[in-house]
Every structure is written in C-alpha cells, then in structure tokens.
Design a protein around this ligand. Structure first.
Ligand code: AMP
Length: 145
C-alpha cells in the first residue's frame, strides 16, 4: 500500500502556521484541530519545520509559561523527514521507527506539501491490510479443502 492510497481516504488537509507565530497560538491550534503536530512555514510559504505536542511539552518543561510567548521557530524541528505519495506504508513505518517520530509530511513533485501521514494512519492501514490478507488466506484454504 502506498501513501497516495492513505491520502485518498483521509484527505490532503495539512494544518500549518507561520514560524513567527507564538507557542501559545500553536497550542490553541493543536487543541482546536485535535491533532498532534503542525507544519511550520516560512514567509515564502516553504516548509521551515515541524512542531509536535512533544516539542510543546519540552518547551514548557524547560522554560515554563514564558515559552508560550516565544515564536514556534525556537522550538520546532528544522530537519524534517518527508516522503512522497509513492512511498509505501512499510517505508513510512521504518522511517518513523528509526527517527522516533509519529508524523511525516508528504511532498509532491514540486516539493509542495500535499498531505500528512501520522502513525495512527499507518497503523490503521496496516491493520486493514493484515485483516484483508487473513480473509483471503482463509478463503483460499476453504476453497482448497
Ligand atoms: P512526534 O512523535 O511526531 O510527536 O515528534 C517527536 C519529535 O520528532 C518532535 O521533536 C518533532 O518535532 C520531531 N518530528 C516529528 N515528525 C518529524 C519528521 N517527520 N521529521 C523530523 N522530525 C520530526
């Protein structure tokens, strides 16, 4: 199964905010959208980083509430691992396991954001695939017997 098939089901909405937005604005957006990570863009609209709820927790632990007034650029991860629509779910699982993160933005042929895959999407797809495989194996065994 490829990333493009996950996006067909979940849609292509990616929640973004500007790198000069405050951490406080980021927490409100995360809460309102009920998501775990935001893609951060620079003034030219290019992907500048990713800010996940884990970064918010780290910032609050290190700097307490004063972190909330600072820009997300101070806390985001700048070196973002991305994928394309043609990557497979297995490749994403490997990437998330190796990198110890749960979100991977999807870039199109022009390096533009065109979706986001979370570990929840990957696990859901994997379970569906495994269930389908098990059903067809059962059918095959029943037919052979
Ligand atoms: P997460 O597990 O996605 O909540 O993120 C854990 C940490 O990894 C946070 O510091 C994120 O900023 C960072 N992170 C999340 N996704 C990525 C990614 N695709 N590439 C690089 N770092 C990431």
């Amino acid at each position: 199964m490829q990333v493009i098939q996950i996006l067909r089901v979940k849609g292509r909405e990616v929640v973004t905010l500007m790198s000069d937005a405050t951490l406080s604005e980021a927490t409100r957006l995360l809460a309102r959208k009920r998501i775990g990570a935001l893609m951060v863009k620079d003034r030219n609209g290019a992907l500048a980083g990713i800010l996940s709820e884990r970064d918010v927790v780290r910032a609050l632990a290190a700097e307490s509430v004063s972190a909330l007034a600072r820009p997300v650029s101070a806390y985001m991860t700048r070196d973002v691992a991305t994928c394309t629509e043609l990557d497979t779910v297995e490749e994403l699982m490997e990437m998330m396991t190796q990198g110890r993160f749960r979100h991977v933005p999807v870039l199109d042929g022009n390096d533009q954001l065109c979706g986001l895959v979370s570990i929840g999407d990957v696990v859901k797809t994997h379970i569906e695939e495994t269930t389908r495989e098990a059903a067809s194996l059962r059918q095959y065994i029943a037919a052979a017997g």
